[in-house]
Write a protein that binds this ligand. Structure first.
Ligand code: NAD
Length: 440
């Protein structure tokens, strides 16, 4: 017993990572507060009944679990994991799982609520959830990562299921992690259940088109915004923060659509070329060298400078809280397409509104990913798989229709696209609650 105890320790967030997170959130609120301030404004404008207001603010279920594993050196480590189901009135809870040192219950709660609103904005029959484990996969072996994934899955297994709660990849999780979750769940159920997660490998019931879906959705809504603002597509200048799945796909598809990508960045910094960057070449570079900091064909800029560049479209596709009251006034883009979740604080929203910047809010702009996750779930349940052209056409239709519905709501109530999107989402979820009534 003594040996066992001396071998056990609880993983804590390292002070530097905690400091960085606290610094970003301290000034203008953590993501949960940011989400709630928009919810409150939209709910007030909708004259939401006080009882329903209380129901929709409260997450349905918050699970905190310990995830003990034996590391490769024999030492036992105990990680902390979360799964929050915000609202399941419209269907199974849907939302990613992130493995990151900055994960916290507040963050997971905000992201779960965002998923409820996002699924409702694009009218999917899903509710919202999110999960996370406080850990750094970069500091773990493959075997350790697999153990964390399987132990976390078994700890939250009572909530999971194709009819109840369907995870997907998020920060630092990928199709391999989804395969482990699917296998662990299937082993417990004694039969294969592919529909319990989305974002799986194609050969395992994943959907064609899922990888590009979020970036493709960003392209569709940006084209719609350019048309609404009567701006030309060809030659429209674009700056993209984040060159991962969302940012690099959005940059590639936007350049293929004729736009000029003047800057891209990742966590190592950014590159700027007013004449336009060759995105395929940037992708080749990051494929080989990983980061953009030594990319030779452009001027090197910081992530902060990228946000303030003169351009037509800005795509923040990396982190939360990067556009704040500190820099919102310096933003020169006419359109912001929020590829990331929560890149703009509520305080910054007010400044951007006043400046007339057209913000396509996250819950609409990056909903392409969950839309194709929905297609994957539908295909798994039907056991019949679509070709990529069909997936992309159906995605495009949903994104275009949803943009038009949000724009109509924001025009009708004379509010920003963000508040319009929240109003549309809340009205759909509230309508379901009114029809279902209160079980008690
Ligand atoms: P990713 O891990 O593939 O890429 C993240 C990118 O951001 C990387 O290029 C990384 O270097 C960069 N980055 C990290 N820290 C940074 C910093 N401090 N400054 C600037 N850049 C930094 O992640 P992703 O899947 O592209 O997700 C990005 C954002 O989009 C997240 O907010 C995520 O929640 C959101 N999102 C993703 C999807 C999806 O389908 N992948 C769907 C909806 C929303």
């Amino acid at each position: 017993m003594g040996k066992m105890l001396s071998n056990t320790r609880t993983y804590r967030v390292p002070p530097l990572i905690k400091q960085d997170r606290d610094r970003r959130f301290a000034a203008e609120g953590n993501p949960f507060e940011a989400m709630m301030s928009r919810f409150d404004e939209a709910a007030t404008r909708l004259n939401l009944e006080p009882g329903l207001y209380k129901v929709l603010r409260a997450p349905e279920k918050q699970i905190i679990v310990s995830v003990p594993i034996a590391r490769d050196n024999g030492e036992i480590e105990v990680f902390t994991g979360f799964r929050v189901l915000h609202n399941t009135s419209r269907g199974p809870a849907k939302g990613g799982i992130r493995f990151d040192m900055a994960v916290s219950l507040d963050e997971v709660k905000a992201l779960a609520a965002w998923m409820t609103w996002k699924c409702a904005v694009v009218n999917l029959p899903f509710g919202g959830a999110k999960g996370g484990v406080i850990c750094d996969p970069a500091l773990m072996s493959d075997r350790e990562l697999e153990k964390v994934t399987r132990r976390y899955t078994s700890a939250i297994i009572d909530t999971l299921g194709p009819e109840s709660d369907v995870p997907a990849p998020d920060v630092n999780t990928n199709e391999r992690v989804m395969a482990w979750i699917m296998d662990t769940y299937s082993m417990h159920k004694r039969h294969t259940v592919t529909g319990v997660v989305t974002g799986k490998p194609i050969a395992m019931g994943g959907s064609l088109g899922r990888k590009d879906a979020t970036g493709r959705g960003c392209l569709v809504v940006t084209l719609a915004a350019l048309a609404k603002k009567k701006m030309k597509v060809k030659g429209a200048t674009v700056a993209v923060q984040g060159f991962g799945n969302v940012g690099s796909t959005a940059a590639r598809l936007m350049s293929e659509a004729g736009m000029t990508i003047v800057a891209v960045s990742d966590k190592s910094g950014g590159v700027y070329n007013p004449k336009g960057l060759d995105i395929k070449d940037c992708l080749k570079w990051t494929g080989e060298k990983k980061f953009l900091d030594a990319y030779p064909k452009g001027k090197h800029i910081t992530n902060e400078e990228l946000l303030e560049l003169k351009c037509d479209v800005l795509v923040p596709a990396a982190l939360e809280n990067v556009i704040t009251s500190q820099n919102a006034d310096n933003i020169k883009a006419r359109i912001i397409c929020e590829g990331a979740n929560g890149p703009t604080t509520a305080q910054a929203d007010a400044i951007l509104d006043k400046k007339g910047v057209y913000v396509i809010p996250d819950i609409l702009a990056n909903a392409g990913g969950v839309t194709v996750s929905y297609f994957e779930w539908v295909q798994d349940r039907g056991g019949y798989f679509w070709d990529e052209k069909t997936v992309n056409e159906r995605l495009e239709k949903i994104m275009k229709d949803s943009f038009a519905e949000v724009a109509a709501m924001s025009d009708e109530h004379d509010v920003s696209m963000r508040i319009g999107a929240y109003m549309l989402a809340i009205s759909r979820v509230a309508a379901m609650h009114r029809m279902r009534g209160l079980y008690a």
